[in-house]
Design a protein around this ligand. Structure first.
Ligand code: MOS
Length: 728
């Protein structure tokens, strides 16, 4: 039986508030935690089927250009080498949410420096790596390639559908008492998941089984099938444990296609893992951005206009463009608005989704501009934001499903001690200048279609099954809690099985929609089981209480095992997004506060403490939700201070392709971080009234740090990361 639900109207049932188990929302530990720390949880690369051989990708060292020679013959005779796969499909560019299909057959075209061109397969990993490193790859580079998105002769697209304006921003800027018109730049970023991309492929006749590290299995299955030219039904992907994704594993990557092709050719299972360098050079990157932000306000700080013009980059063949201005249409008041979104065609690796695509970098620029506006007006930056919270979406003239920005700002200011903030450059401790900064956090919220199956066994245990992934976010924990709560079972009696495309297709993990989408599918399946149980007892399901393996209705009280009478109950849940996205504006909200010290001699910035307040509907697990926010805020520190993909603009080569050179914040860079989660219900979101929190924490975190640097030192940095040379 499938319970289907289309999200078309607010759902006030609030059933989870009435359930009796008391586990939902609590900081329950991850059930998968012990498996992970004891090495029992099997990650993709740990699968060693009988006869396994190892593949290492060979890449082009120049691009774009023509591949004129591959030294395959020399490599084939090297020790341990089994095969060199040069299938044209290896050349295709990985593209998010799209298959690797339709490569330019017969054209040995290299699109970018670092692109995989062959897979060397050997008996051992070391033999494969040695042979791959020895292989000669000759690329005749094109004349006149474009690497620099800001160069005057780089082609820039302005897709018509992505531009918008209302009112007259130019006039608003002229008429305004106070304006800001500044340009901000942010560097490219890498997802940097702890577990690199890995795949182990094995064929049984024409059926492929792939143990991989992926986020969105139902899509990945189709992408892989497309790439190989086979039916999706013949592909099974397993990703029960994934060591982080952050967008880099939304779409299938080269190593999966290469492992599958090689395994089919050789007739043995093949394992391919990307090295850290390969992840940085050949998966995908967050684009660098250039953003012009315009703000217009009267002397009291009431905003009348806002403009956001963004320029990002990608390969010409790709449709993705970092949606920098995503939250700009509804964040603040102002009847005059203009949004321009442009993409420069650059001949470098693919740009794609990296955590909170859009807001992560867009809000950084907007929120620094807001700080500049507050400074010019002589208004407290918290007050300026509070003053400009719109009553309804100022662009679409539709209401907000819920709006907690003001709450987050007020409560955060209080807990952080914002009232102790001084004017810029006024607080000095020895050789350190100390300042405070604030930023709003905002991220769009949505659900995508998802299915899940739940089985209640007669002995009073439940099994939840879906191809949904847990990429480190806590899916196992929250799904256990949802099922335990709905079915009245202790969490230990619920088993969650994830990451297998043979199970009902969930949402996958991405866009902060996983918990709400797949969680709702599980909720629906459980709701269906509750209804069946109620029917068996002859009561309405609203009058049924399930607790500790017992069903209680009126004066009846029975163990589930008695009601079920040795027959399991199975139900499926199926959720689809509906009309609500058109009727209301739905987002998650937060506020970041940062205290930063800047060395008066060297310009070195050190974050001292941060405080984040977030609101995302019902919080399913206080601990895993908080951890998501901590991770996002940490990344915000990286975005503000250290993270930067450095491409050599003469030849498009990525110069910093490891963690020694691409600087992510380490423990010493991450001080005390506090996270407060505000509890609310968003009835428009879904029956559980939960919204996504995964990507909210990174949105605005960097701006709070940047604004604190200004408050400490009086230096306004508009080019990120704010390394010390820019502050000196
Ligand atoms: Mo996310 S960047 O949608 O994994």
């Amino acid at each position: 039986m499938t319970e289907h639900f289309k999200i078309d109207k607010p759902d006030e049932r609030n059933m989870l508030d009435d359930t009796a188990q008391g586990v939902l929302g609590t900081p329950m530990n991850r059930p998968d935690g012990p498996l992970k720390v004891t090495g029992t949880a099997m990650y993709a690369h740990e699968w060693h089927p009988e006869g396994l051989c190892h593949g290492v990708l060979v890449r082009a060292g120049k691009g774009p250009g023509n591949l004129t020679h591959l030294g395959t013959d020399e490599v084939r005779t090297m020790p341990g080498v089994i095969d060199v796969v040069t299938d044209q499909r290896l050349l295709s560019v990985p593209a998010q949410g799209m298959a690797n299909a339709a490569p330019e057959q017969g054209h040995d075209r290299i699109a970018y420096d670092g692109q995989p061109v062959a897979l060397v397969v050997a008996e051992s990993f070391e033999q494969a790596r040695f042979a791959a490193q020895s292989m000669e790859v000759v690329v005749e580079p094109d004349e006149g390639a474009h690497y620099d998105p800001w160069a005057a002769d780089t082609k820039v697209e302005t897709p018509k559908a992505k531009q918008s304006s209302q009112g007259d921003l130019d006039k608003a800027m002229t008429d305004a008492a106070v304006t800001v018109d500044e340009t901000y730049t942010t560097a490219g970023h890498n997802s940097g998941a702890m577990e690199p991309h890995t795949s182990v492929a094995q064929w049984d006749g024409d059926r492929l089984t792939l143990h991989g590290s992926y986020q969105m299995l139902k899509f990945n299955k189709n992408e892989l099938a497309d790439s190989l030219g086979i039916k999706p039904d013949n592909v099974r992907i397993l990703s029960p444990y994934v060591g982080g994704g952050f967008g880099s594993k939304l779409g299938i990557c080269h190593e999966a296609v290469a492992a599958a092709l090689a395994s089919r050719e050789i007739g043995r299972p093949v394992s391919v893992a990307l090295s850290r360098q390969q992840v940085l050079e050949a998966t995908m990157r967050r684009s660098e951005t250039r953003q012009r932000v315009r703000l217009a306000a009267d002397a009291e700080g009431n905003m009348s206009g806002m403009g956001h013009h963004s320029l990002v980059s990608n390969l010409g063949s790709q449709s993705f463009a970092e949606p920098v201005t995503q939250a700009t249409p509804f964040l603040y008041k102002g009847e005059n608005r203009e949004i321009v979104q442009q993409v420069a065609e650059t001949d470098r690796m693919c740009a794609g989704s990296v955590r909170a695509p859009g807001e992560a970098v867009g809000i950084l620029a907007v929120e620094v501009a807001m700080d500049e506006l507050a400074e010019k007006l002589g208004i407290d930056p918290v007050d300026l934001r509070l003053r400009n919270i719109p009553d309804k979406d100022p662009t679409k003239e539709i209401p907000f499903s819920s709006h907690m920005l003001g709450e987050c700002l007020r409560s955060g200011a209080k807990s952080f001690g914002w009232d102790k903030r001084q004017k810029a450059g006024m607080r000095r401790e020895g050789e350190w200048l100390v300042g405070m900064g604030v930023s709003s956090a905002v991220r769009v919220n949505f659900v995508i279609e998802a299915k899940a199956r739940v089985r209640l066994d007669p002995e009073g245990t439940a099994v939840v099954e879906t191809d949904m992934t847990d990429i480190g976010t806590g899916s196992y924990a929250i799904f256990t809690q949802i099922a335990a709560e709905m079915l009245g079972l202790p969490p230990s009696q619920v088993r969650v099985v994830l990451g297998d495309t043979d199970l009902p297709p969930g949402s996958g993990s991405g866009g902060s929609f996983g918990a709400a989408s797949t969680g709702t599918a599980i909720w629906l399946a459980c709701d269906n089981i509750r209804k069946t149980l109620a029917g068996k007892l002859g009561v309405e399901s609203d009058d049924l209480t399930l607790k500790d393996g017992e069903a209680i209705a009126g004066n009846k009280r029975m163990r589930l095992s008695e009601i079920l009478n040795s027959e399991a109950l199975t139900a499926e849940g199926h959720v689809e997004p509906g009309k609500t996205s058109k009727e209301v504006r739905q987002a998650t909200w937060g506020a970041h506060f940062a205290e930063v010290a800047v060395n008066a001699v060297t310009g070195e910035p050190r974050v001292r403490r941060m405080h984040g307040v977030f609101s995302a509907g019902r919080i399913l697990n206080e601990k895993t939700a908080r951890s998501q926010c901590l991770g996002g805020m940490t990344w915000g520190i990286g975005m503000a201070l250290t993270e930067e993909l450095l491409f050599d603009m003469r030849d498009g080569h990525l110069a910093n392709r490891d963690f020694a050179e691409y600087h992510i914040p380490v423990n010493a860079d991450v001080p005390q971080i506090e996270v407060d989660l505000l509890h609310e219900r968003d009835a428009w979101a879904n029956p559980m009234q939960v919204k996504g929190i995964g990507e909210l924490g990174i949105c605005g975190a960097g701006a709070a740090v940047a604004n604190a640097i200004y408050n400490a030192s009086g230096v306004r940095v508009r080019d990120f990361p704010a390394t010390l040379d820019k502050i000196m």
